[in-house]
Design a binder for this molecule. Structure first.
Ligand code: NDP
Length: 283
């Protein structure tokens, strides 16, 4: 393997130790941090994510509450639950686990969360702040991915960054964050013509597509920083990313594994955003 591994577990362990200290400092000031996760329905992947978030909270001393709502929850019931959490002083962060069942309006539900408690950074006000270079809550996955990129120590200014995927929760905020680092950013998507011509130019390549082994070694510039956001479950149950890790690691300079990469950092950033929400509240 020529690429250096960007180990999300190692990085997270160090970051979570710092977060735990901040949580303890808040406790000394009488603030007991609370994170509420709303889980609607029985989606198996969501159940796993929510469990892992609970474990993360426990590690750093944040009190986590999971509110389980049935699959047939109405929009009104969901929004009433969010409003109750908005008004609950013991809750500093609110997260609505996505995807919601098809009959529910995700954007409308997310808009009900008060932006100060929107620890996922999905509220349109926080997304808008990122777009305008203002300080808001930054979405956990791109925030974690950027932290991994920064820890390579590579000076990002003037580098070519290519983000494959343009979702509101990963691709678009990722591109904004890289732009803030003075990268020259290209966003690719399913209609991009000659995708490989773009990815081969990338000093920083972020894959957020949702297709197993989609980024192959011939699509990667030698020495590039390759960040794999994808989480794909194969028929044999194995979880893999969007990047053909075994072959790409022979070409890249740095690479994130799946599992143990961006996913781990995403939860760590959720914990950090919750601490930041409480610290801001305290002024
Ligand atoms: P979406 O399905 O919302 O977006 C996928 C993006 O990939 C779209 O913009 C789509 O383009 C693009 N795409 C699809 N096919 C191609 C193609 N052939 N060529 C180029 N681009 C293509 O997914 P998310 O952004 O929500 O998630 C992406 C992946 O990241 C998933 O595997 C998800 O599970 C994972 N994920 C991981 C997280 C973590 O913590 N590690 C957190 C969140 C997501 P178009 O817009 O044109 O349709």
């Amino acid at each position: 393997m020529s690429a250096q591994l960007l180990d999300g577990k190692l990085m997270s362990d160090a970051l979570r130790a710092e977060i735990a200290q901040r949580v303890a400092a808040l406790k000394e000031k009488g603030v007991h941090l609370g994170l509420a996760v709303i889980l609607v329905g029985e989606d198996p992947a969501s159940q796993i994510y929510v469990r892992n978030k609970g474990i993360g909270c426990e590690q750093v001393g944040i009190h986590s509450v999971t509110i389980r709502m049935p699959e047939n929850t109405t929009q009104q019931e969901l929004e009433a639950q969010i409003r109750a959490l908005n008004a609950d002083d013991s809750i500093h962060g609110i997260l609505v686990q996505l995807p919601l069942p098809k009959h529910l309006d995700e954007a409308a539900a997310l808009a009900v969360i008060v932006p100060e408690k929107d620890v996922d950074g999905f509220h349109i006000q926080n997304a808008g702040k990122l777009m305008n270079g203002l300080t808001g809550v930054v979405a956990c996955t791109p925030k974690g991915a950027l932290e991994m990129i920064r820890r390579t120590g590579v000076n990002l200014s003037g580098k070519e960054a290519v983000v494959v995927g343009r979702s509101n929760i990963v691709g678009k905020p990722m591109a904004m964050l890289l732009l803030q680092q003075n990268c020259t950013v290209t966003m690719c998507h399913s209609r991009t013509a000659d995708l490989a011509a773009h990815t081969r130019r990338a000093d920083v390549l972020v894959a957020a597509v949702g297709k197993a082994h989609f980024i192959t070694a011939d699509m990667v510039k030698p020495g590039a920083i390759v960040i794999d956001v994808g989480i794909n479950r194969l028929e044999n149950g194995k979880v893999v990313g969007d990047v053909d890790f075994e072959n790409v690691k022979e070409v890249a300079g740095f690479i994130t594994p799946v599992p143990g990469g961006v996913g781990r950092m995403t939860i760590t950033m959720l914990l950090e955003n919750t601490v930041e929400a409480a610290e801001k509240l305290l002024g």
